[in-house]
Write a protein that binds this ligand. Structure first.
Ligand code: NAD
Length: 435
């Protein structure tokens, strides 16, 4: 099946790349309208596959429509430039052209968003694309793909393939046809795909795992910080690459913050994502429950205290209780490994330099957050944090119009924003001399 996708993407690229930006704008705008019109239906599929609440799923679908519209507009702004020539009679033109057929590999945690960002950016730039969504969430990916198809994207320009990830990615990436690889997934898979891509020197965008530090300074507005962080921590049951995952709280407000967090976490409504009022659904697989148990046990064995939760819920499905661990030592596994679950590990700090060093101590660098009312602290710490995106007093760090991506072992390159389109463009210089 993958060779059909390769041949189709190759053939479609040859004509799609010649379309005007205005033409692509028209089709992408129609796709965005269809995504919006089908929001309720796609959100339901997403919730049934992934478990997140319908409210969260609907928000994700709206993001997909917004991002598709953003890329539709941005296609018109793939500007080149004219460089003043060094000799008379010469014009030096720099143009942007689509990089070629692209490959997109997507994770299940934002099964609509991850797929849409790749399809919309590739199409806007003039590329065709083959997407390999996660096998946990096929229906959502197909529903999104159908919106592009029904909007008039020609056959072969968008292809969706399923099956065992390793042989599929090996076969697709080894082919000389695709010229670009974009992965949203874990760091180990990112390293693997980058190695495969190096054989044919394909460009990569790597949107990989993170382990976001949250620093709560003494002067933070604690109530507002709690509002923001409770919503953010338990969103998608903590299975979010930018989820706040390491809480460092100033020692003078530690007790108050932890007590407030525990109190609010205990009120999070856990249940079937399709039910009204559900705030947090289940984890994606049983394996993740085992990992959560392991992180809690390891932290407690090393001296942390369990302040809330720490157990599976006794009901059908992979439900884990909202969990708060306090006094977690830096050497606990959960302070090093991306937990991808509803556990908030907390520790205190006393000095700014110390907390920055602890925040920057991991190889990851995706999101980082700080809460303060001091402008100087915000500026200094924001600059010092090793992260691709930093949130100050809030955690919304990914919008359609803003570049999103990590540094270090969280990857490189960006999706969204003007950088997101650029990832699918290459630069050509044309020197013209009058004959
Ligand atoms: P994953 O790396 O296991 O899978 C991601 C994609 O790669 C899927 O399509 C999967 O089928 C494919 N894949 C998996 N194993 C493969 C292999 N051996 N060879 C080739 N392809 C393979 O990640 P996941 O568990 O689906 O998602 C969770 C991870 O994704 C977390 O680490 C999370 O932080 C990360 N993530 C990052 C971002 C971001 O934008 N930085 C966004 C969402 C998720």
């Amino acid at each position: 099946m993958t060779w059909i996708a390769l041949v189709g993407a190759d053939r479609a690229f040859k004509s799609w790349k010649t379309t005007t930006a205005a033409f692509r704008w028209d089709i992408l705008s129609k796709a965005a309208d269809l995504i919006e019109a089908r929001c309720a239906e796609i959100a339901r599929t997403l919730t049934m596959e992934n478990g997140k609440s319908l409210k969260e799923a609907s928000g994700e679908i709206q993001f997909c429509a917004d991002a598709t519209r953003w890329y539709a507009e941005e296609a018109k702004r793939a500007y080149g430039r004219i460089i003043p020539a060094h000799a008379a009679g010469i014009r030096q033109l720099v143009t942007k052209e689509p990089v070629g057929p692209a490959l997109g590999f997507a994770a299940w945690n934002f099964p609509a968003g991850n797929v849409t960002l790749k399809i919309a950016a590739a199409l806007a730039a003039g590329c065709s694309i083959i997407v390999k969504p996660s096998d946990e969430t096929p229906g959502t990916a197909v529903a999104i793909g159908r919106c592009f198809q029904d909007a008039g994207v020609p056959a072969g320009a968008v292809n969706i393939v399923f099956g065992p990830p390793a042989p599929i990615s090996e076969h697709l990436i080894a082919s000389p046809i695709p010229r670009k690889v974009s992965l949203t997934g874990s760091t180990p898979v990112g390293k693997l795909l980058q190695r495969l891509a190096s054989e044919t020197l394909k460009r990569c965008t790597m949107e990989l795992g993170g382990h976001a530090p949250v620093i709560i300074f003494e002067d933070a507005n604690i109530e507002k910080a709690l509002d923001v962080l409770i919503a953010s921590k338990f969103r998608n049951a903590g299975q979010v690459c930018t989820s706040p995952t390491r809480f460092y709280i100033h020692e003078n407000i530690y007790e108050r913050f932890v007590a407030g967090f525990v109190e609010r976490s205990s009120k999070v409504v856990v249940g079937n994502g399709l039910d009204d009022g559900t705030q947090m659904g289940p984890l994606i697989t049983e394996r993740r429950l085992d990992l959560m148990d392991g992180y809690v046990k390891d932290a407690v064995d090393r001296g942390a205290k369990l302040a809330l939760g720490g157990y599976r819920l006794n009901r059908e499905g992979y439900f884990y209780a909202p969990t708060v661990l306090r006094d977690v030592p830096d050497d606990a596994l959960i302070m090093h490994e991306e937990p991808f679950g509803p556990i908030a590990p907390m520790a205190s700090f006393s000095s700014v330099d110390d907390v920055i060093a602890r925040a920057n101590s991991l190889p990851f660098g995706l999101a980082a957050y700080l809460f303060t009312t001091n402008l100087a602290t915000s500026a200094d710490v924001g600059e010092a944090l090793e992260a691709g995106v930093v949130g100050v007093n809030h955690t919304s760090v990914h919008e359609a119009e803003t570049p999103f991506g990590g540094v270090n072992e969280s990857g490189y390159g960006a999706e969204s924003g003007m950088e997101g389109l650029d990832a699918y463009l290459r630069t050509k210089m044309i020197a013209e001399k009058r004959a």
